[in-house]
Design a binder for this molecule. Sequence first.
Ligand SMILES: Cc1ncc(COP(=O)(O)O)c(C=O)c1O
Length: 459
Amino acid sequence: MKDTGAAHDLADRLLPQDPKFATKQCHAGQEPEQWSSWSVVTPICLTTTFKQDGPAQLHPMPSAKEGFEYSRAGNPTRSCLENCLASLEQGKYGFTFASGLAATVSCCHLLKAGDHLVAMDDMYGGTFRYYTKILSNLGVEIDLIDARNLDNVKNAIKPNTKMVWIETPTNPTLKVIDIRGVCNIAHAEKHKEQDILVVIDNTFQSSYFQKPLLLGADIVLHSVTKYLNGHTDVCMGALITSRDDLNERLYFLQKSLGTIPSPFDCYLVLRSLKTLSLRMEEHQKNGFAVARFLENHSCVEKVVYPGLPSHPHHDIAVSQGSGFSGMVSFYVKGGLKQSERFLKQLKLVLLAESLGGCDSLAELPCIMTHSAVAPEHRQVIGITDTLIRLSIGLENQQDIIHDLDQALNYAVNECTEDETSVTAAADIKAAQKASSNSCTQSSCCTRSNAAAHSNGVSS
Ligand SMILES: Cc1ncc(COP(=O)(O)O)c(C=O)c1O
């Protein structure tokens, strides 16, 4: 049996991996015969325009049978990447965008004023901000719900519901939502006429560990910036579908909105994808090791890792994926001061936003990525002053654990009680003041519309 880092009985319960994944990541969409040079490495086609055989007669190419005319509408390097991404996700059609958020915006252009969108109440802060500050002003009706309870999804569907948007696991609290359950509700016979689209943000699991299209989703979204690129040097997004009608609509939106990535970035991502399976296996091994280590640490209040049986939706996570990434969140004992001391004391793990790269990163969502989420709403969704998000990278496992251990001991054990309570109280007050600046009407910070005051951009 392969060493996944997971307990052996767990490895047996996970969904099987696509046996062709590693071959696809190296070759899908990248056949040398499509180039006159038979180049093994996909060339970077920087051209913005293409010579035509006759007026409006495009020269046929294997990667885009109808040929290329102008790079916003189609580019050979981009096509190769899009075909590769579709293949890895076991979908038919892939589209790439200038960022994950550009993919989100382009996808939501499938909606029009008067349509209703149901979305999880806890997700990436930039998506929240786009929904509540921009999309809702364009006449799209939005309801934010806790989709862990499928009854909430059922009850939220209205006659004008056109899309259900789920991120799983969520950023940064790693909540797990039942993808099959959500799809069964949205695609139920009684809603057939409505054609409700289920969109799954698969960023935290990557195409390697979770394939939502096979579980019934209509569209998968990735912030390619994270695991798919994995080297912290490209901002990109992707949408993948198997539906022919959505292929046409998404292609039209990509070319009409112009939300495309550069050919150079497409080349970098193709290069990164060649090692995706290897990287994800290592992220998983290190993720499990860190999660188990933290679970037994006296300075840690609670660990959140979907791969551990202690996660409340561990069984659902196991039933819908073939493994787990390197995203681990935990609550440190103490208060804001301990969180800050821990992060400042880290020597190997870098204090920075973003995730999914080779380098281990740590961040404090309450005052970094989610700082502008109203404090009451942060409490409701579990983003407290002591929640720390780790993106466990590919360094030596013992080196990572040693670094976390020394920083935890320093932050919790070497900080005197007086110093802790005085400074923590002051810091919490300051953080609350900062948050209230972005929410001038305190009365409107109810559970769901607190998000409407979120400018927090979680990476
Ligand atoms: C889960 C998730 N979805 C979408 C995005 C947006 O991606 P990008 O930063 O590439 O625009 C992020 C960014 O952190 C994310 O974490």
